[in-house]
Ligand binder design. Structure first.
Ligand SMILES: CC(C)(COP(=O)(O)OP(=O)(O)OC[C@H]1O[C@@H](n2cnc3c(N)ncnc32)[C@H](O)[C@@H]1OP(=O)(O)O)[C@@H](O)C(=O)NCCC(=O)NCCS
Length: 192
């Protein structure tokens, strides 16, 4: 099956999800540790439905959540990407990340998040980029802070309290855009 690589960093490849990713994604969504801050784990059938939605989103939006592959061992280790979220009545571009727990605490989510932030600003003209994070989700807040974001406001998302972490375009440009991101970025041209 044709695999569309969207971004590449020092240690990761982000490529479009395909139906072949069902087993890996279902294993991720079935892990209670990974899903600790989500309403529930997902069954295989629920994962299939979600995977179909995520794949359809590439055509609808030109971006989405991607299979995250660890270059060193070639394994599918999570799904990270860009999503649109409505916060306080406004559409915002969000960086999202989820990794297999065997790969936590190596800076990999930060590496993906920075590449996605840079891509979001460069390719989609976003005035700011956010991450919606539950107050209890300290690991995710650590990633957002390392992604240059600050805790802006609070909101309710999916019926749960969330913090809005955000970085404004001016802040990102003021830091030289890609200065803290060492990886190569390859923008997906397949939708043109
Ligand atoms: C959130 C998640 C993606 C972080 O992935 P990661 O690759 O381990 O994160 P990083 O290694 O880049 O960590 C960045 C920073 O976050 C903080 N952090 C990460 N894990 C942490 C933990 N378990 N406890 C406290 N702080 C933590 C630290 O400040 C860390 O920097 P440091 O290691 O230099 O101290 C991962 O925990 C995960 O997949 N969780 C389940 C899914 C999820 O909650 N996704 C986010 C939804 S908003």
């Amino acid at each position: 099956m044709n695999e569309t690589v969207v971004l590449e960093t020092e240690r990761l490849i982000l490529r479009r999800l395909t139906p072949n990713d069902l087993d890996d994604l279902a294993a991720l969504y079935a892990d209670p540790d990974v899903m600790r801050f989500y309403p529930a784990t997902r069954t295989r059938a629920e994962t299939k439905q979600n995977l179909d939605t995520l794949i359809a989103m590439y055509a609808e939006r030109g971006y989405g959540l991607y299979a995250t592959v660890h270059k060193a061992d070639g394994r599918f280790i999570g799904r990270c990407g860009l999503m649109i979220q409505t916060v306080h009545g406004k559409e915002e571009l969000e960086v999202g990340y989820m990794l297999d727990k065997a790969y936590w605490r190596r800076g990999l989510a930060t590496e993906a998040a920075r590449a996605l932030r840079d891509w979001g600003f460069r390719a989609f003209g976003a005035p700011r980029i956010i991450s919606l994070i539950r107050p209890e989700n300290v690991p995710s807040q650590g990633v957002a802070l390392k992604n240059g974001m600050h805790h802006g406001a609070d909101t309710v998302h999916a019926n749960l309290a969330h913090r809005v972490y955000a970085i404004e375009r001016e802040t990102w440009e003021g830091r030289g855009g890609t200065s803290d991101h060492r990886g190569e970025t390859h923008v997906d041209n397949s939708r043109r």
